[in-house]
Write a protein that binds this ligand. Structure first.
Ligand code: NAI
Ligand code: MG
Length: 362
C-alpha cells in the first residue's frame, strides 16, 4: 500500500491540507489505497511539544513513502530562537532526509494566462519544471567568511563547491523526471567562467550516457537560459541547474504564471537501496498566509497540485495525476476563482474550490 504522511503545519496549512485530504479520499474511493498518517510540524509542533519537528513526526516520516507538507510560520512564533521557529521544522526535514533536488514547476492554466506579466501566447499552456540542486554549492561551501585585509578594507568569501556525486545524482533526478514528462532536459551552468560549471557539464554528459539516451539533453549557459526562459519558456521541459542559479531561475519561472496560490513543489532525496523508494516532500511554494488563516478562503490549488506531483513522481500514477491536472484546469475554465485569483470578481472559498475540483474528477 502506498503511504503518505500529512503534515498540515500552521496558518492556512490545516485548511488546505483538509481540502487535499478530500481529494486523496476521492482517489481512495476509486481504489488508490493510500494509507494516511498525520504529524505535527512547525508552529503546531511547537505549541504541542515545544519543538517544530517533534521526534514522533520524524518517526512517521521515516515510515512513509512520501510527505505532504502544508505551510509553517507566523508572527506568533517570530520571537523564538532560530531553531525553535516553525521554519526550522521544514529545514530539519530537508536536512534529515537530504532532499537535494528541489522541483519547482511553472504551470500556466489557460483560464489564467492573462494574469501573467508576459503575453498570453508566450505562457498559455506552459508546463515546465526547474530542478534546483538544494544541498550543495555556494550557499554551503567553505571557506565562507568576511575578513579584514588591512587599510580599512574587508574581503568577503563564498565558495562554490560541487563534487561528482552531487552533480550525478541531481542529473539522474532530472532525467528520471523527464521520463514521466516530455523527455527533454536542459542543463544550465557557466562553464565559460566557472570550474564548477565545467565539471557540471562533464558529469551531466557522462550521466546521460549511462542509460538515459532516450531523454534529449541540451546545455545552455545560465545567463542565456534566463533570457530564453522569459523569451520563449515553452521550449523547455525539465531544466536542471545548481543551487544559486536555480534559486533565481525558479523564481523567474514561478513569476511567468502569475499566482502564488497555484504553485506546487517537490523536494526529492536519494533512492533507498533497500526499499527502492525515493525520499520526497511535496509542498506549495507559498507560505502560511497568516493574514487570511482561519477564514476558510485560502486557495487550495497549490496544495492539491502538490499531491498531484506526488502521484506522478513518487507513485507513478500518471493517469490519476493527469486527471487531477485536468480537473483543476476544468474548475478554472468554468470561471471558479478563490479570492486571490479573482481580481475583485466574485469568489468562492476553500471548500467551494475543493468541491468543484472533485466534481470535475467525477
Ligand atoms: P505567504 O506566501 O504566506 O503570503 C504572501 C501573500 O500571498 C499573502 O497575502 C497571502 O495571503 C497570499 N497567499 C499565499 N498563499 C495563498 C493561498 N494559498 N491562497 C490565497 N492567498 C495566498 O508569504 P509571507 O506572507 O511572506 O509569509 C508568511 C509566513 O509564511 C512567514 O512566517 C514565512 O516565514 C512563512 N513561509 C513559509 C513557507 C513554507 O512553509 N514553505 C514558505 C514561505 C513563507
Ligand atoms: Mg528564492
Amino acid at each position: 500500500m502506498p503511504s503518505l504522511l500529512l503534515l498540515p503545519g500552521d496558518g492556512i496549512g490545516p485548511e488546505i491540507m483538509a481540502a487535499t485530504k478530500r481529494v486523496i479520499e476521492y482517489f481512495n474511493a476509486k481504489g488508490a489505497g493510500f494509507e494516511l498518517t498525520e504529524g505535527l510540524v512547525g508552529g503546531a509542533g511547537y505549541d504541542a511539544d515545544g519543538t517544530p519537528l517533534p521526534p514522533a513526526t520524524l518517526e512517521k516520516a521515516e515510515a512513509a513513502d512520501a510527505m505532504l507538507f502544508g505551510a509553517v510560520g507566523g508572527p506568533k512564533w517570530d520571537n523564538l530562537a532560530y531553531d525553535l521557529r516553525p521554519e526550522a521544522g521544514l529545514l530539519g526535514l530537508r536536512k534529515h532526509f537530504e532532499l537535494f533536488a528541489n522541483l519547482r514547476p511553472a504551470i500556466s492554466y489557460p483560464a489564467l494566462a492573462d494574469s501573467s506579466s508576459l503575453k498570453r501566447e508566450v505562457v498559455e499552456g506552459l508546463d515546465i519544471i526547474i530542478v534546483r540542486e538544494l544541498t550543495g554549492g555556494v550557499y554551503f561551501g567553505e571557506p565562507k567568511t568576511i575578513e579584514d585585509i588591512g587599510n580599512g578594507q574587508k574581503r568577503a568569501i563564498d565558495t562554490q563547491i560541487y563534487d561528482t556525486y552531487e552533480i550525478e545524482r541531481i542529473a539522474r533526478a532530472a532525467f528520471d523526471l523527464a521520463r514521466a514528462r516530455r523527455r527533454k532536459v536542459t542543463s544550465m551552468e557557466k562553464r565559460n567562467v566557472m570550474k564548477s560549471g565545467l565539471l557540471w557539464r562533464e558529469v551531466v554528459e557522462a550521466t546521460h550516457k549511462q542509460g538515459y539516451e532516450d531523454v534529449e539533453l541540451q546545455h545552455m549557459l545560465a545567463d542565456a537560459g534566463a533570457m530564453q526562459l522569459v523569451r520563449d519558456p515553452k521550449q523547455f521541459d525539465v531544466v536542471v541547474t545548481d543551487n544559486l542559479f536555480g534559486d533565481m531561475l525558479s523564481d523567474i519561472a514561478a513569476q511567468l504564471t502569475g499566482s502564488l496560490g497555484m504553485l506546487p513543489s517537490a523536494s526529492l532525496g536519494a533512492v533507498d537501496e533497500k526499499t527502492g523508494r525515493r525520499r520526497a516532500l511535496y509542498e506549495p511554494v507559498h507560505g502560511s498566509a497568516p493574514d487570511i488563516a482561519g477564514q476558510g478562503i485560502a486557495n487550495p490549488i497549490a496544495m492539491i497540485a502538490s499531491f498531484g506531483m506526488a502521484l506522478k513522481y513518487s507513485f507513478g500514477m500518471l493517469d490519476e495525476a493527469n486527471a487531477l491536472d485536468d480537473a483543476i484546469a476544468g474548475a478554472l475554465a468554468d470561471g471558479l476563482r478563490t479570492a486571490d485569483i479573482a481580481a475583485g470578481a466574485p469568489s468562492i472559498d476553500t471548500e467551494g474550490m475543493t468541491d468543484a475540483i472533485i466534481a470535475q474528477l467525477e
